[in-house]
Design a binder for this molecule. Structure first.
Ligand code: GRF
Length: 220
């Protein structure tokens, strides 16, 4: 798992593992470009390998050298089945993306293709949309653009500020990302061009508390 920030999405996956909701896989390593990332702290607290891989100055190889070190950290104990981006704030090169094609997923705090980029929540609020949400998707070479796995929606309320809206979306992220991981680990995601077909199987409805007012996707 790659993360730059607080690591609450990582925490959600670890908690879902502990509760048996994510049953077919486990987080093997958390890698961050930031030493102060909460994600590294949360990983260490759970006994998960946590590695800080600082950005590499241009003169020493820059982004490409950094990504080579990320790969080394990710694969130090052997090949991985799935790489999850959860608030990893660096744009990955086609070289990195190609290495993990079909096994690289991201969570984005907006209903893609609306509001890609670093502030999906603030951009949605600023635009004046009445509904927004979050998206999990396979990563391709374009930013926030690969095939969509799951999306869930929540209303934007008249008195929302960015924090209130981001908090509502985050509660959904904490359900959608672990669910996406479990679907991948159950081998239920079939890529068909831009479409991700979800093969029949179990559901988390009734197993997790619904986020009020949320609209959940098929496959949840
Ligand atoms: C989430 O909102 C995620 O969608 C975005 O960055 C945030 C990461 O939060 N890309 P956290 O570090 O998991 O708490």
């Amino acid at each position: 798992m790659l993360a730059s920030g607080r690591g609450t999405n990582l925490q959600a996956i670890l908690d879902a593992e502990a509760e048996g909701l994510v049953a077919r896989g486990s987080v093997e390593v958390v890698v961050s470009d930031r030493e102060d990332s909460g994600a590294l702290v949360r990983a260490r607290q759970r006994g998960v390998r946590a590695v800080h891989v600082p950005p590499v100055p241009k003169a020493e190889g820059g982004k490409r050298a950094h990504e080579a070190r990320l790969v080394e950290a990710i694969e130090a104990e052997g090949p991985v089945d799935l790489v999850v981006l959860a608030g990893f704030m660096r744009i990955l090169t086609p070289w990195f993306v190609a290495r993990y094609t079909g096994r690289l997923i991201n969570i984005h705090p907006a209903l893609l293709p609306a509001f890609p980029g670093a502030d999906g929540q603030g951009d949605a609020l600023g635009y004046g949309v009445k509904v927004t949400g979050c998206t999990t998707h396979f990563v391709d070479e374009e930013v926030d653009a690969g095939p969509i796995v799951l999306q869930a929606a929540v209303p934007v309320h008249e008195d929302d500020d960015r924090d209130a809206l981001a908090g509502r979306i985050l509660r959904l992220e904490h359900q959608l990302l672990p669910r996406t991981v479990e679907l991948f680990c159950q081998d239920r995601l079939a890529l068909d061009g831009r479409h991700v077909r979800i093969r029949p199987g179990d559901s988390w409805h009734g197993r997790v508390e619904r986020v009020p007012e949320a609209l959940y996707p098929d496959g949840f």
